[in-house]
Design a binder for this molecule. Structure first.
Ligand code: PLP
Ligand code: ZN
Length: 395
């Protein structure tokens, strides 16, 4: 792992952004990779040759190695393709954000920083605060001044400094990066180079254990999608895969700036007015890595798909009831998108599809129509009869 380079213009630079305005990522050396790692190490650090730093001492050392779950009862939903779900909800704070945070915190420590920071009032905030707590770093979480109290409670568990920032929340992302450059605080926002390096390991794990034709993931800032694109490029350059997968990115129709740009055939993403959606954790109206995410979909032969809230809630129920995975609402967008792609013939019956479920649903407050359990009351001597009846009901 060498310089930070710009995917768009090829220039090298320091910090998070190229002079051309696009995000930088860490260049890697395909020559340093002789094949998939032989170590039994299950964490993301098995890909050390492709990462910019050594593992941290605490929580971040065991991040990664999440299950890739076969979901045969979802095959028919996706035109008969073989469906697998990469279940990122298995991470310590419940989402794939722990991958980027693990590498981000390790990189910050290696650079001698003792304060990390992020802009988020959701999954990212919890993840950075948790990893900072484990490493003994101070952590500053910037939230909008009007953040709901219950969100602050979840973030406060790990005892970070919470800053309620007044003003335009949309501008806080770049403002925090600028404050980091000024103060030496390591800002681990969604699409920063260390974070993307960590988040590409979702893709490395998928490609090491399977050979999908298509990978579908939810997209918001574009940081995770950038990471998966990086994986595909590295895996091809290092000769680890013969036929790289197409990357499909899913957005909620209520806030779909990247899908709209894809549909227009644009190379850059125009900010949209933030709309309402049940998939609130992927509702970035002005994605900082939007153009890079667009390139990821186009260059791999994939697409960016918008799905409406009813389709998202229906897909969430299907994942829970037919794959045994209760995912955060936003993480049902890939199944909803895959259903549409199969209906359009973009995913075929002989293909293998990986849906990336980026987070668990168990950390989420009720969103949409949570089913009310219809539970019968029986006496001790009624249990056997009730079990027999359940057998009749089994699908
Ligand atoms: C952050 C997040 C995303 C979106 O990832 P980006 O890198 O911002 O595109 C998707 N799913 C979950 C659960 C998230 O927390
Ligand atoms: Zn550039």
């Amino acid at each position: 792992v060498t310089d930070r380079v710009c995917y768009a213009c090829g220039a090298t630079g320091a910090g998070a952004r190229c002079a051309c305005g696009e995000p930088l990522w860490f260049e890697t050396d395909p020559e340093a990779v002789a094949g998939w790692p032989e170590t039994p190490e299950p964490s993301l650090w098995r890909y050390r040759a492709l990462l910019p730093c050594d593992p941290p001492a605490g929580l971040g050392a065991s991040v990664g190695g999440t299950p890739l779950v076969r979901a045969p009862r979802l095959d028919a939903d996706v035109g008969g393709a073989a469906v697998r779900v990469k279940f990122e909800g298995a991470h310590p704070t419940g989402t794939f954000k722990d991958r980027g945070t693990a590498v981000g915190v390790a990189g910050a420590t290696a650079a001698g920083r003792d304060v990390v920071a992020t802009v988020s009032h959701g999954n990212m905030a919890r993840s950075v605060a948790a990893h900072a707590a484990s490493e003994g770093l101070d952590c500053v979480v910037c939230v909008p001044a009007d953040v709901p109290a219950e969100r602050l409670t979840a973030i406060a568990r790990h005892d970070p400094t919470v800053l309620r920032v007044e003003g335009d929340y949309g501008r806080l992302y770049e403002a925090a990066l600028a404050a980091g450059r000024e103060t030496g605080v390591a800002v681990l926002n969604s699409d920063t180079p260390l974070r993307v390096a960590g988040q590409k390991t979702t893709g490395l794990e998928v490609l090491e254990r399977s050979s999908p034709d298509a990978v579908v993931l939810p997209v918001s800032s574009g940081g995770h999608a950038s990471g998966l694109w990086k994986t595909v490029r590295e895996a091809v350059a290092a000769g680890l895969v013969d036929a790289p997968p197409r990357l499909y990115l899913a957005q909620a129709a209520g806030c779909a700036p990247i899908a709209e740009a894809f549909a227009r055939g644009d190379e850059t993403v125009r900010p949209v007015d933030p709309g309402e959606t049940v998939a609130y954790s992927i509702a970035n109206a002005d994605p900082p890595s939007g153009a890079r995410a667009l390139a990821a979909a186009r260059e791999t032969g994939g697409a960016v798909v918008a799905v409406d809230d009813d389709a998202v809630l229906d897909a969430r129920a299907a994942l829970a009831e037919r794959a045994g995975l209760f995912v955060e609402t936003s993480c049902a967008t890939p199944l909803a998108a895959a259903r549409d792609l199969a209906a359009r013939g973009e995913v075929g019956p002989d293909e293998e599809v990986v849906l990336v479920a980026t987070g668990t649903g168990y950390t989420e407050r009720d969103v949409g129509d949570a089913p009310t359990p219809d539970a019968e009351v029986v006496g001790l001597d009624g249990v056997a009869d009730a079990m027999r009846a359940a057998g009749d009901r089994a699908p």
